[in-house]
Design a protein around this ligand. Structure first.
Ligand code: SF4
Length: 232
């Protein structure tokens, strides 16, 4: 294990100058041609970026398990399976895996231009694809310190492996989601989320406010350790 002092720290990612200058000259349409469009989850006060739920590694296994949160995954039904939505999700996925470095820098510029709320949500559909993916997401947060990022995940191993050699950006909250309905929060992580956990002290208020976040920003708040959601 690498010591804390030698972990990649909260500094501006190296090697980014060339791309920063390059993509600053791109139009939003040109940037979207590289990364795909940002998503606009109806509940959220901000943009997001989603990937196909069919590419979730842990979620794909849980989808077959009774009582798992992924069994009734909202991102595998409804509007998410419309052909135009699916093709947008696949476009983003292909952009990531084709060249993660270009993906990172073009997406940084796209978020910088488009996100004016000060908040951003990763993965209203989909999940982390590997340590490399989290590293690039972390670099985006480091490059955009005025935006708070929230990333929910069930990819515990990826998060653990990332933390061996890296430090999460202070403006990136990664919440580990419990696998099963009514299951308690994962004890090994500071920031978590649950579904239908009866002992929760903070529950998502969206169901009582027309399924909108409205003024709530709890998911991005590092002082709130666990957030409990109603089952979709
Ligand atoms: S806890 Fe708050 S910020 Fe998070 S999803 Fe619910 S309403 Fe939105």
């Amino acid at each position: 294990m690498t010591s804390n002092s030698t972990k990649q720290s909260t500094t501006t990612p190296t090697g980014g100058n060339y791309y920063t200058k390059l993509y600053a000259k791109h139009t939003i349409k040109q940037l979207e041609a590289i990364t795909g469009t940002l998503s606009q989850p109806s509940k959220m006060p901000c943009h997001g970026y989603s990937l196909p739920a069919s590419m979730c590694t842990t979620g794909g296994k849980l989808h077959k398990v009774e009582n798992s949160v992924c069994k009734s995954c909202y991102a595998l039904k409804g509007r998410y399976v419309f052909p135009n939505v699916q093709s947008a999700l696949v476009y983003r996925y292909n952009s990531l895996v084709r060249n993660p470095v270009i993906w990172q820098h073009a997406l940084t510029e796209l978020i910088r231009r488009k996100e004016k709320s000060g908040f951003f949500r990763w993965h209203d559909s989909g999940d982390l694809q590997g340590v490399y993916h989290l590293r690039h997401i972390n670099n985006i947060a480091l490059s955009l310190p005025d935006i708070k990022f929230w990333l929910p995940t069930r990819e515990i191993r990826i998060l653990r492996d990332f933390k061996q050699d890296n430090i999460l950006a202070p403006n990136l909250v990664v919440r580990v989601s419990s696998f099963f309905i009514s299951q308690q929060p994962h004890r090994a992580f500071t920031h978590t989320s649950t579904v239908g956990w009866s002992n929760a002290t903070h529950s998502c208020p969206a169901p009582t406010q027309s399924n909108k976040c409205a003024d709530c920003r709890a998911c991005w708040d590092t002082n709130i350790h666990n957030i409990n959601y109603a089952l979709h």
